[in-house]
Structure formats: C-alpha cells, structure tokens
Design a binder for this molecule. Structure first.
Ligand code: SAM
Length: 268
C-alpha cells in the first residue's frame, strides 16, 4: 500500500475542505466558481470527467451546463465528499452523474471499471487537486487518451505569490510551510502543467486572476488555517497573537488567491 503523508491525509479530509470553502467563499471578492465557468465552453450533451471533485464546488454547475443528455463522471478519493454531493442531488440530477471513489493515480482502472472506452470525454477538468497525484504525467497522459477530438482538458490551481499575505504572517510566527505545500501553491502549475500542455497540445490558453479574500476576524483566519494542509498546532498561540496584533492596527486582513486556469484543446 502507498504511504500517505499527514499533508495528504489533511487534503482528503472532507470536513476541513468544507471549512476552508466556507471561509473563502464568504470573504472572496470574486466568485471563483463563476470565474471558472465564464471561461469554459460546455455544450449540451457533453460528457465531462471531473477529478478531485471534493464536495461539488464545480460539479453542481457541470450538472446544469451539460443539459438533459450530458453526463458527469466525478472522481474523488474521499467517499465522504462523494456522499455529500449525492445527498444534494435529486433523482433526475443523479441520473446524469457517476460518482467514483478512487485515487486519481488509478484513473485508468477507475474509468475502465465503468465500461468507458477511449475517447469519450468532451471536457476533462480538475480544480485544486492535480498536485496530489504522485505521478502527474502518467495521469495527464491517460486523461489525454480519453479526450474526444476537439475536446478540452482544464486544470485550475494556484501559482506564484498565492496565499502570500497568509504565509507571511504564519512564517513571522514561526510556522514552517511544508515544502510540498509551498511547491503546489507556487510552482506546480508553471513547472509541471504548462510544460506538459505545451508539448502535448497545439492550443493552450491560460487565464489568471487574483482573488482577494477579506477577513475581518481572528476566527475566520484561524478556521481557515487550522483546516489547511499547512496547520502546525505547536504554533497556534503564536499565530493567534500575531493576527490579534494585526487587527489592532487594521480592520481587515487581506489574503490573496492567485489562480490560474490552463485550457488545453485537442485538434478536431
Ligand atoms: C482542495 S480539494 C478541491 C475540491 C474541488 N475541486 C474544489 O475546487 O473545491 C481537493 C480534493 O482532492 C481530493 N484528493 C486528494 N488526493 C486525491 C487523490 N490522490 N485522488 C483523488 N482525489 C484526491 C480530496 O479528497 C479533495 O476532495
């Protein structure tokens, strides 16, 4: 069996994911989901594969966009996350969705188990999850084989100075951001995804945005941090103190989410 790190365990924890989403969505300047879907072309009847779907932040929109004849195959390693999605769907919506509990590193097996033969999908999508793969290139190669002519693969994730203000106040309080987390946040999209896309697709489109998250209380920041993959319990008190000091001087703490969407399109 593959050894699973503490960071990976935290990344798969559905309650932590939901807490982070609540704190971001309530305080974000821009509706991230809206921004993502503004950049996607989804035709009626499309077949969509979504990796790392989590609790459905994008899945529910896919269900609406594909119309009555479309299909969403949504995969996540967390059964709890998939159950959350299923619990929010009515019978008609459920008939359009296949929820698969699997490690994305076993994507080929997971898709074959559904009797799906390549090529099949018009859109293959993954937001905030691809960096959890231990073999990104192999996953991307497999996905490409399942893509229909004219179809697109879309990866959304952070880059560059993402989370800069938050990382900075945490570091000042003695927190060490694990190297793997720092790499996923900063370099994964430009170093891993873009080069692979450039070699494998003739058409690659990149969109970026900076979403400001305006928190006005200690509890919002602490809830986000304690639910994150970079929480360190031994620095809890020191971080609380630094954030309290910040709020004595300023009304808001503004974090920045640097977001990149890479769209790779197959020739027809
Ligand atoms: C940050 S969440 C993103 C969820 C959703 N896409 C969103 O944007 O809200 C990452 C998701 O990836 C899932 N995940 C982590 N490692 C995985 C793996 N190896 N295979 C499949 N899913 C994984 C987690 O369970 C979690 O639901």
């Amino acid at each position: 069996m593959k050894k699973v790190s503490n960071v990976q365990l935290k990344a798969r924890d559905t309650q932590s994911l939901e807490k982070r989403i609540v704190e971001n969505v309530a305080a974000q300047e821009l509706d991230l989901s809206q921004w993502i879907f503004d950049g996607l072309k989804i035709e009626n009847g499309s077949h969509v594969l979504e990796l790392c779907c989590g609790t459905g932040a994008q899945t529910f929109s896919f269900i609406k966009h594909v119309g009555n004849n479309g299909q969403i195959v949504a995969l996540d390693i967390s059964r709890e996350a998939l159950d959350k999605i299923a619990s929010k769907l009515d019978e008609r919506e459920l008939s359009k969705v296949v929820l698969i509990e699997s490690d994305m590193d076993r994507i080929e097996e997971a898709i074959a188990d559904q009797g799906i033969k390549s090529p099949y999908f018009d859109l293959i999508f993954c937001a905030y999850g691809l960096y959890y793969s231990t073999n990104v290139e192999q996953v991307l190669e497999t996905l490409k084989r399942y893509l229909m002519p004219g179809g697109s693969m879309v990866v959304v994730g952070p880059f560059g100075p993402n989370n800069g203000p938050l990382f900075s106040i945490l570091k000042q309080s003695g927190v060490i951001i694990p190297e793997y987390v720092a790499f996923s946040s900063d370099r994964f999209m430009p170093d891993k995804v873009i080069p692979w896309a450039a070699v494998n697709f003739q058409k690659v489109a990149i969109r970026t945005v900076v979403n400001r998250i305006k928190w006005d209380s200690l509890s919002q920041i602490m809830t986000y941090w304690t639910s994150s993959t970079f929480y360190s319990p031994d620095k809890h008190g020191a971080v609380e103190k630094s954030i309290n000091n910040h709020f004595k001087k300023q009304q808001y703490f503004i974090n920045e989410k640097w977001i990149m969407m890479i769209e790779m399109t197959n020739a027809r």
